[in-house]
Design a protein around this ligand. Structure first.
Ligand code: ASP
Length: 453
């Protein structure tokens, strides 16, 4: 049995839904279909989820929300008309949206989640109606009734352990099951969404809970590429990679799959296959627990912007017990999560995502570190990009770091910091944002361009 997830661009129009139907019907193993909300039809289009967020925010501010609401309904209407579905589906969707807009607004984040989740919920109803019209036994599954229980964290929910047991029962339900992605219900019965692009997470939870043989994730690219195709022209496709490699790559900007989505599939040992709705014949990329090492030491190079570092130095830091704990404790007091902590004998840098705080907080952090830890120097460095060079093969390979730093030196990229994860599956380079693309190209040329396919 397979769980199949389709992303927003795969469900953006009636024509796309026809492709989805063909894909699902071409393999009787495809039983559970997880759907996103309708996504962009072209690069300048707006995702239904974004329209819903706008609508919820206008409503909370007491402003006129009719514009975005109409736009949402129009998206479903266009699809329904293209597929000659009865207008009942659209009436049901409109009614649902009005009910949500009249919902409890005391907690604004929860209210936004309620609206956001309707994108996938209503799309699942529409897709199920279309499958039935095509003569197939298919039903919309209500995540509340199915028991997809999640934590009560708006926009960042996590599945609760009980959810897996509850969802297992879906195995006994006949026909094709159309399940909305992106959200679940708290124990109190309120809607909470996962983080953005979280339908991938729903698919993985279902694959785990239902003990599927495969989790197929259909999107709009033929494969996971070894580097961002917007930086390097026609990069190599990755045929197979491990969960850990994919996790490292999606952490640093590979957006093909949500970085939290692998965990449930990984725990149950279920392989994940990334495929293209617009070219289902292409083999795609398979994510597995172990792979044969065929690609040399490096499988992919990812990069992401929006980081900063706090550099702290203090003479004899290495002998001061509890320095690191107290430093991170200060960050914890500000509710900040950190990414990496490369360190020397008398200095340590803490890398953080810079969208977590403002200038004022920065000043407070500096003075607390100076006063409480008696640091000799404390400084923030902004506009950093992190580049991750990833590959299980690096563990058994000598000289990968040397090759990488030589390539960066040749491209005249100044390395601000280096960190090698303890797992030895990745190496991280911190560079200035202005050097990011040049650095990624240089690394790609070094590890891929010269290697035969
Ligand atoms: N529709 C949601 C988003 O745009 C979730 C998803 O597509 O996976 O983030």
């Amino acid at each position: 049995m397979k769980v199949v997830k389709f992303g927003g661009s795969s469900l953006s129009s009636g024509q796309q839904l026809e492709k989805v139907f063909q894909i699902v019907m071409s393999d009787p193993e495809r039983k559970v279909v997880v759907v996103s909300a309708p996504g962009k039809r072209s690069s300048d289009d707006i995702k239904v989820t974004d329209l819903l967020i706008e609508c919820a925010e206008q409503c909370l501010q007491g402003a006129d929300w009719s514009g975005p609401l109409k736009a949402v309904i129009a998206r479903y209407k266009d699809i329904a008309e293209e597929l000659s579905l009865s207008s009942e589906v659209i009436d049901e969707i409109s009614e649902d949206l009005f009910n949500r807009l009249n919902g409890d607004q005391r907690n604004s984040d929860r209210f936004i989640d309620l609206l956001k989740a309707s994108g996938e919920d209503n799309n699942a109803k529409l897709v199920a109606a279309y499958f039935r019209k095509m003569g197939v036994q298919a039903s919309y599954i209500n995540p509340k009734e199915a028991g997809l229980l999640v934590s009560d964290e708006p926009g960042n929910a996590q599945a609760l352990p009980e959810a897996y047991e509850n969802l297992f029962e879906l195995r006994h339900q006949p026909g094709i099951l159309i399940f909305p992605g992106f959200f679940g219900y708290s124990k109190e019965g309120d809607v909470y969404t996962f983080s953005r692009s979280g339908s991938d997470i729903t698919g993985s939870i279902l694959a785990n809970a239902l003990k599927a043989d495969l989790y197929e994730n259909f999107t709009d690219v033929d494969a996971v590429y070894s580097v961002n195709p917007f930086i390097v022209n026609s990069p190599k496709e990755i045929k197979e990679l491990t969960y850990r490699e994919m996790r490292e790559l999606s952490y640093a900007g590979f957006s093909v799959l949500h970085d939290e989505a692998l965990v449930p599939a990984f725990r149950a040992g279920i392989p994940v296959q990334v495929k293209n709705t617009n070219n289902p014949g292409a083999p795609g990329t398979k994510i597995v627990a172990e792979r044969d090492n065929t690609n040399g030491p490096v499988i992919g190079i990812a990069s992401d912007q929006g980081f900063c570092s706090i550099y702290v130095s203090k003479y004899l830091m290495n002998r001061e017990i509890g320095f690191g704990r107290r430093l991170l404790g200060i960050l914890e007091d500000f509710g900040l999560s950190y990414e990496h902590t490369p360190s020397g004998i008398d200095d340590v840098s803490v890398i953080l995502r810079e969208n977590q705080f403002d200038e004022q907080t920065e000043q407070k952090i500096i003075s607390r570190i100076k006063n409480e830890l008696n640091a000799d120097e404390v400084k923030f460095e902004h506009s950093l990009a992190l580049i991750m060079v990833v590959g299980e093969g690096m563990r058994h390979n000598v000289g990968t770091m040397a090759k990488a730093s030589k390539a960066l030196a040749k491209a005249e990229v100044n390395i601000e910091m280096i960190n090698q994860g303890s797992s030895e599956v990745s190496m991280m380079f911190g560079v200035k944002v202005v050097d990011e693309k040049r650095a990624v190209k240089a690394l790609y040329d070094e590890f891929f361009a010269a290697v035969p396919v």
